[in-house]
Design a protein around this ligand. Sequence first.
Ligand SMILES: O=C(O)c1cc(=O)[nH]c(=O)n1[C@@H]1O[C@H](COP(=O)(O)O)[C@@H](O)[C@H]1O
Length: 237
Amino acid sequence: MEKNPIIALDFSTTVEIKEFLAHFHQEQLFVKVGMELYYQNGPEVVKWMKSLGHQIFLDLKLHDIPNTVERAMKGLAALDIDMINVHAAGGKQMMEAAMSGIIAGTPTGRQRPKLIAVTQLTSTTEKAMQKEQFIETTLLESVLNYAKLTQAAKLDGVVCSALEAEKIKDQTNDQFLCVTPGIRPSGEASGDQKRIATPENALSLGASHIVVGRPITLATDPVAAYHQIKNQWNGVK
Ligand SMILES: O=C(O)c1cc(=O)[nH]c(=O)n1[C@@H]1O[C@H](COP(=O)(O)O)[C@@H](O)[C@H]1O
């Protein structure tokens, strides 16, 4: 089956979203609702997106004390979403609490959303990590450490750069999700992203999902950009 890239809907109004989605007619998509959209529009935007038949990754990157995260997750799990995330830096106990909240909040008969944890943001370089976070390992070691902690907390996988996916799969297991933003088709501006990969790289390195925002949302022809990335991600020549 063909895999859909996850489109990061980094817009702030439903008017912009409507305009963007109209290009795709009735095509079923996997979309990411992030902080910008959710903070302006709340749960209604998620419900609306779901009513259109799209799969949803709710990217709110929760990071707080375990009790707060558990209670927030319980509420969010009542929304019909497919994936949600936390920051692995919140620790194992926080991640376990997030999972408990999700299990408690998922309505009976509905599959719970996948829960994944952000390792090191794809906008972070090794140098910045060492200098600003006082982590004295390589960036890859830090990502692997967070991935193993996430696995120990029994989450479904991590958010990482595609560049780290192969090593993560080696050190966890094949089912462990590696959801990878920082995707840039060759020649595309990287912007604030630092650890980038092309869709083809992500495929060959074993990423399970790719997240793509600006290369699609800012394209002159978003549908053409989406399908080109989708083909590359599915190994279609
Ligand atoms: O959790 C995320 O989705 C995320 C984690 C990360 O490490 N890096 C990252 O870029 N993201 C998100 O992925 C999207 C990438 O967007 P573009 O850089 O425009 O393709 C943005 O919505 C980010 O919030």
